[in-house]
Every structure is written in structure tokens, then in C-alpha cells.
Design a binder for this molecule. Structure first.
Ligand SMILES: [Zn+2]
Length: 193
């Protein structure tokens, strides 16, 4: 239990820090949630949305899954998107993949991963639709990077084509890739603002 106790201790220290800096911090956060962004990213523990964008609680509505897959039949993601657009009135949707993604690597291998195969099949589909994009890419690393990018581009296109965004065209959809090696975000697709 040592490791769990540490989490509760750290939580107390964090809450005390925030309150020391601004006595009303938690009270103000409790009143209203007005994020400008919906972040759709990978569950990978090395890509925490708030931390890498230097944003605070309240600034970003977050959905994460293995390999930031966008599937318009995913009731979880679709509910998050609808809530973010219609109730939170977010202005930007960010689909963020990352180089070194284990989910992408698994999808690109021929191995079987049990139940996860159903999830990874969405990435395999994107691969099948873009086979020619891999021409001339000789290393595995280059192929995986390309797949990370294509998965983000496919996600952006799916969101742009969704009924929800078609009827809310003021929302800008962005496709980004995060590089684990230097902590930098790169624009890959979608809006530039
Ligand atoms: Zn990942």
C-alpha cells in the first residue's frame, strides 16, 4: 500500500500548494467549467494533456484511449464530443497522437493481442486505406511514424465529417503529433489557429 499512500500524501500537498497560491482556487473551479479545448489523445502515461500544454484544471476537456482512435461508432467518444460541443461550447478539438505509440506498434505487427485486436482493427483499416503512403519508407521507425501521422489525419477527417461538426462548423479541428523524445508538439492536419 506504500505507493497508494504516497498518492494521497502528494494529493494533500498539491491541494495545499494551490490553496496557498490562491485561497479561492478550488471554490472558483467548482463554480463553472469553461474549457476552450477538447483533447482526444492516447492513454499513454507519458502524454498527459494538461502537463504538456501547461494548462490548468478547467482549461481542457480530455478524452483518452489506446492510440487516440477516432471511431464515429464509439459511443464513449461520441458522448464526450457532443457534451463538449453542445454544453461546454468548446471552440477547438485536438486529436493528438505521439511518436513511439505502443498501440500503433501493436496494430502494425502481425501478432494477436486478444480483445485489443478489435480496437486495433480501426488502425489497421487506416493502414489498408493508405498503403501507398509507406512506399520508400525502409525502416520500421519511419513506417511507425507514418502510421502515427496517418492515424491522426484519419481521426481529424472523421471528426470533420461527423454530423456534430457539420452542424457546428465554427469549431476548428486540429491534428497534432507529440514527440516523446523532445516534448514538442507538431501540427499534422486540420486547423492552424
Ligand atoms: Zn500511444
Amino acid at each position: 500500500m506504500e505507493i497508494i499512500s504516497k498518492i494521497f500524501l502528494e494529493n494533500k500537498a498539491w491541494a495545499a500548494d494551490k490553496s496557498n497560491m490562491d485561497k479561492e482556487y478550488f471554490y472558483k473551479l467548482s463554480l463553472i467549467q469553461e474549457p476552450d479545448f477538447l483533447w482526444i489523445g492516447c492513454s499513454d502515461s507519458r502524454v498527459p494533456a494538461n502537463e504538456i500544454t501547461n494548462t490548468e484544471p478547467g482549461e481542457m476537456f480530455v478524452h483518452r484511449n489506446i492510440a487516440n482512435v477516432v471511431d464515429l461508432n464509439d459511443i464513449n467518444l461520441m458522448s464526450v464530443m457532443q457534451y463538449a460541443v453542445e454544453y461546454l461550447k468548446i471552440k477547438h478539438i485536438i486529436v493528438c497522437g505521439h511518436y513511439g505509440c505502443g498501440g500503433i506498434k501493436a496494430a502494425m505487427s502481425k501478432d494477436s493481442f486478444g480483445k485489443m485486436d478489435i480496437w486495433l482493427s480501426k488502425i489497421k483499416e487506416v493502414y489498408s486505406q493508405n498503403v501507398s503512403s509507406f512506399d520508400g519508407l525502409e525502416t520500421e521507425e519511419a513506417r511507425l511514424k507514418k502510421m502515427v501521422e496517418l492515424n491522426v489525419i484519419a481521426g481529424v477527417k472523421k471528426i470533420q465529417s461527423s454530423e456534430l461538426i457539420q452542424s457546428n462548423p465554427e469549431i476548428v479541428v486540429h491534428g497534432w503529433v507529440y514527440d516523446l523524445l523532445d516534448g514538442i508538439l507538431h501540427r499534422i492536419a486540420g486547423g492552424t489557429t
